[in-house]
Ligand binder design. Sequence first.
Ligand code: ZN
Length: 78
Amino acid sequence: MSKERRMIEITPGRMSPGGRMTDRIESRGHSCPYCQGNGYHWQEDEWQERYKQECPICNGSGRLDALITVEWRASDNV
Ligand SMILES: [Zn+2]
């Protein structure tokens, strides 16, 4: 099975006193591990009829987005 690897480079951007000390990184379109990217699971009703049930993790999209917040602070290692 192939696996995608993504890297995040963490480096402080332009900063000013009293400005925000956070960065937000988005990593979109990861394959949902719960439904293997299908967006649904096969289910059977009481007549053994198969039907697709929407994945509750990705809401049927088959994809997940990661929102990463980086919080910068002064180093206490002086
Ligand atoms: Zn899913």
